[in-house]
Design a protein around this ligand. Structure first.
Ligand SMILES: Nc1ncnc2c1ncn2[C@@H]1O[C@H](COP(=O)(O)OP(=O)(O)OP(=O)(O)O)[C@@H](O)[C@H]1O
Length: 378
């Protein structure tokens, strides 16, 4: 079994990952009827050990996903015989079988992390509302917005979950200051508590460099698992931070959950607004209500003299929202404090709730909370 891109963390003291031993143990959980095994079919994407919790991510052929996921519980038990391992979790992501023709991207059925049987049907049955935070263009502050909105909704008294579905660049765990690996209880990943909400990011589970090169089906497999295999409980709202653009993750999320709506983040720059328009139009085409547009990095306010500069122009998102007939939710300035809060893991709505940035996001969270409570569009 090829071991590529795995993180070398000692399993037992000072020992490297015993790759041959892992392969041998996975092979012991072979299906006697078909001869299939995770060792023969899987490619290791990442492998890590933290406080006795082993997390192994395997890429498997898409057409064997169901048969192989059924082997996960037995394979996990085998891995738990390794020294230093108390709980082993196997996460499966799918890839196209070699030589198979490319197909239009389609989300796959939900495949469990080691422990439970495959399930069908809509994911997130206990979640009352799912809100996507999206942007057409990268780097406009979508993740920063998702974090501050989610925590802001929590401050409004709602029970909130936050999912980082930005598979190619997960960052929420850092913005929330989350460390270590999530717990696994009864084969289900437990979201981590931070600042009054619960959150889960792929960045806590796999090697980020490995995830960066994942292609369509693997990305969608990972999203399905983050939705279906995490014990989200019964939050009032699950905020999902999407990757920029209109690709596989957006498609998977739309097909696998019933989205209550999408919030689009843009800077006032023309180029970002053109992409924001594309994002709005994608959600409208699939009948997902656009809850509104947020203008981030709206203007720069000098912390020394208070002078305001409109670095990327100003007011473009408000005009765009009017032109597209979607609500304008508000503008957030470009502030050094906001950048610093993202790096320090303390969201600005917590660290500086009365700063300009803190006030702006709390106001938007208030508007969204009101509309969620009223069960109607903001
Ligand atoms: N209003 C703001 N003021 C200052 N810095 C900001 C602001 N919004 C975001 N940033 C900073 O800009 C950078 C990019 O933000 P963020 O990661 O939220 O963008 P993104 O749109 O999610 O990016 P990606 O496309 O990579 O997912 C981060 O360093 C963040 O701290």
């Amino acid at each position: 079994m090829p071991f590529r891109n795995y993180r070398t963390r000692p399993l037992a003291q000072n020992a490297p990952f015993p790759t041959d031993e892992i392969t041998r143990l996975l092979d012991m959980a072979r299906d006697p009827a078909t001869g299939l095994s995770l060792a023969a079919e899987g490619q290791v994407q990442s492998c890590s050990l933290d406080n006795g919790r082993l997390l192994l991510t395997l890429a498997i052929p898409r057409d064997k996903a169901e048969a192989l996921s059924a082997l996960c519980p037995a394979a996990s038990r085998q891995l738990e015989t390794l020294p230093g391992v108390t709980v082993a979790t196997i996460m499966l992501t799918a890839h196209r079988p070699a030589g198979a023709p490319k197909q239009a991207a389609q989300p796959q059925g939900h495949r469990p992390l080691g422990g439970t049987a495959p399930t069908e049907g809509p994911l997130l049955p206990g979640v009352k509302a799912v809100i996507a935070v999206a942007s057409g263009k990268g780097g406009v502050g979508k993740s920063t917005t998702a974090v501050n909105l989610a925590v802001g909704l929590g401050m409004e008294g709602l029970k909130v979950g936050l999912l980082d579905a930005d598979i190619h660049g997960p960052s929420l765990h850092r913005m929330l200051g989350m460390q270590g690996k999530p717990e696994v209880v009864d084969g289900r990943l437990q979201p981590v508590q931070a600042w009054g909400i619960t959150a889960m990011s792929l960045g806590m589970l796999v090697d980020e460099k490995a995830a960066m090169i994942w292609r369509g089906p693997m990305v969608m497999g990972a999203v399905n698992q983050l939705l279906g295999d995490v014990d989200w409980g019964t939050p009032d709202v699950l905020v999902v931070d999407l990757p920029p653009g209109t690709g596989d993750v957006q498609l998977s999320l739309i097909q696998k959950t019933s989205l209550a709506g999408a919030v689009i983040v843009s800077t006032p720059q023309d180029i970002a607004l053109i992409d924001a328009r594309r994002a709005v139009s994608m959600f409208e085409k699939v009948h997902v209500p656009v809850l509104g547009l947020i203008e981030n990095m709206s203007y720069f306010c000098c912390p020394n003299c208070g002078h305001t500069t409109e670095l990327f122009g100003h007011g473009g998102a408000r005009q765009e929202a009017e032109a597209m007939d979607v609500p304008f939710l508000g503008e957030v300035p470009l502030l050094a404090d906001i950048r610093a809060s993202g790096d320090s893991g303390v969201p600005v709505v917590i660290g500086a709730p009365d700063s300009e940035g803190g006030r702006a996001w709390r106001k938007i969270a208030h508007t969204l909370a009101r509309s969620l409570r009223a069960g109607r569009k903001a």
